[in-house]
Design a protein around this ligand. Structure first.
Ligand code: TYD
Length: 209
């Protein structure tokens, strides 16, 4: 039985979501909540090997192989860490999850969205996030923040990243109850205030203060 809260952080490479996740963790820890910080791909030993291939494999990785690797990492992550942590009543803060697959492999690479949704459902075994924060930033700003040292995914080109951004925006429209849009073009403190307000709203409703 799930007792904790599952919150995912989504957005472009360079959207600043990881910075926000870490700030919120510190805030929630100070308030006495038990948190678990994790990420996809590569939270567990198994996933670290997959992550190495996904981000640094220098030969041609097919789009389908890429898709299955992200999903394999997710299936193991759900069973090995997310589900048990939620059963212990913890707040799980996860850097990227199912929406990344729809945005990157679906809208970005052009894989079938319905198929990806089904595969995501199989990977997570019906365990869905309670809340998803989508950090939306212009592609130009995101690219500047990432800099010149790009991994395999980041090096996929500006057109790819535009499709990913539009995909995320569509996903938010289709799931507006779960996914909350945050303007990540703003400065870190403004983005943090927005993040904190949305998360505390959920905590007050679901766990009590
Ligand atoms: P990472 O270094 O974790 O990037 P970030 O700090 O931006 O989260 O790299 C993860 C990369 O993998 C990122 O480019 C997004 C991509 N990705 C997918 O394409 N599909 C997925 O399902 C996931 C989880 C990530």
């Amino acid at each position: 039985m799930k007792k904790g809260l599952f919150i995912t952080f989504e957005g472009a490479d360079g959207s600043g979501k990881t910075t926000q996740l870490n700030k919120i963790k510190t805030f929630l820890d100070e308030k006495g909540y038990e948190t678990v910080v994790t990420r996809e791909p590569g939270a567990l030993d198994f996933g670290k090997k997959i992550r190495e291939i996904l981000l640094h494999y220098d030969k041609n990785l097919s789009d389908k192989a890429e898709m299955f690797l992200f999903l394999a990492d997710r299936a193991q992550h759900i069973e090995g860490l997310i589900k048990p942590s939620l059963e212990q009543g913890k707040i799980v803060l996860c850097d990227r999850h199912t929406d990344s697959t729809i945005a990157y492999q679906g809208y970005g690479r052009g894989q079938d969205i319905n198929l990806l949704t089904l595969l995501n459902d199989i990977a997570v075994n019906n365990l869905k996030p309670d809340l998803t924060l989508l950090y939306d930033v212009s592609v130009e700003t995101a690219q500047k923040r990432v800099g010149d040292e790009k991994d395999r995914m980041e090096a996929s080109g500006i057109e790819f990243h535009k499709k990913v951004r539009n995909g995320y925006i569509q996903l938010q429209k289709d799931n507006s109850e779960r996914i909350k849009l945050i303007d990540a073009n703003n400065d870190i403190e403004t983005v943090y205030e927005n993040t904190k307000n949305i998360i505390m709203d959920l905590i007050n409703k679901r766990l009590g203060v």
